[in-house]
Design a protein around this ligand. Structure first.
Ligand code: AMP
Length: 305
């Protein structure tokens, strides 16, 4: 089954302690698509300006990402400039230029409207709401957001979460949105306002899945070299939603497996700049990393005498 994603398709300029990259392919929709397309067919909706290097998106098309919903219009593409210092868990946003996103009105192509799985990647919550009005009764709608929108579009974001089944946030964003320092309370606060499933990511410290009274935790893959954390969250979401779409199974056990797929895909994304690593890997790499996760957390209880 396919996943529809609406998100930013950007040009990123990133500085990490290990290097710099200027105007490379980025954006929440781009990372999500590069990740999810390893597991399920992806339909991407977004907008780029006339300055966008469209040829660089070809590898995504070749991976089966349907770009019928990616518009190119006159103007500048969305640009994000960020920096990571030694704490690779939190990006410092230096510049955000919405460009053509500031007057974007998403038009979901007719053939995408019946997508069973919808991911509203990090963009203006007004656009996320606009997309929801155009899709036909999906099985699961998930959304993501970030501090930028929590600060500037809080009422729209609170309206949006009334209509989604699942939200992914990092720990800082969950605290900012809910004003709760405790993440279990933060998840409850959110669940009382709409989503029945909440995923709170904690960067290199793993991710929590909250659903009703059940809580699951998966560690992050203990990589020796994290090169550029940009896109980890979107790639996590791509792995999670891609796995759910591939299996079509929303049971608790399967959602737990989906979190592990999300963690695996996020761990690949951070090994290189942009979507480079996500374009190199194949099914065997993903299977090996998922198996590593299983070993990472497996232990035997002591046998009673
Ligand atoms: P993450 O997975 O959280 O690291 O997301 C990184 C991506 O988010 C980058 O490629 C940026 O282009 C994109 N991004 C940054 N700020 C925004 C924003 N305000 N709206 C949409 N996308 C953004």
């Amino acid at each position: 089954m396919s996943v529809l994603v609406v998100g930013s398709v950007a040009l990123d300029s990133v500085e990490t302690p290990f290097g710099k990259a200027d105007n490379v392919l980025g954006g929440s929709g781009t990372f999500f698509s590069a990740s999810a397309s390893h597991l399920a067919p992806v339909q991407l909706v977004g907008v780029v300006g006339d300055d966008y290097p469209m040829a660089q998106l070809e590898p995504l098309r070749a991976r089966g990402v349907d770009m019928a919903g990616l518009e190119q219009t006159a103007g500048q593409s969305f640009r994000w400039r960020g920096r990571y210092r030694h704490d690779l868990n939190s990006a410092e946003t230096l510049e955000t230029h919405l460009g053509v996103f500031s007057h974007f009105s998403p038009k979901i192509p007719a053939q995408f409207r019946s997508a069973p799985f919808v991911f509203l990647a990090n963009i203006d919550p007004r656009l996320q709401l606009d997309v929801l009005r155009q899709v036909e009764r999906p099985t699961l709608v998930a959304c993501d957001t970030m501090n930028f929108w929590i600060e500037s579009r809080r009422p729209d974001l609170l309206e949006l979460i009334k209509h989604v089944d699942l939200i992914t946030l990092n720990d800082g964003e969950a605290r900012q949105l809910t004003d709760c320092t405790n993440l279990v309370k933060a998840a409850r606060w959110i669940m009382e306002r709409g989503p029945s499933i909440v995923i709170i990511k904690k960067g290199e410290h793993g991710a929590f899945l909250f659903k009703e009274r059940s809580i699951f935790f998966a560690p992050a893959y203990p990589l020796e070299d994290v090169f550029d954390p940009t896109g980890a969250g979107d790639s996590f979401a791509g792995g999670f939603m891609g796995y759910v779409a591939r299996t079509g199974d929303l049971s608790d056990d399967n959602l737990r497996r989906a979190v592990v797929y999300g963690s695996a895909m996020g761990s690949f994304a951070v090994e290189r700049f942009s979507i480079q690593r996500l374009l190199e890997i194949g099914p065997a790499d993903i299977a090996a990393r998922v198996a590593d996760f299983k070993r990472l957390v497996a232990f035997e209880e002591e046998r009673s005498a």
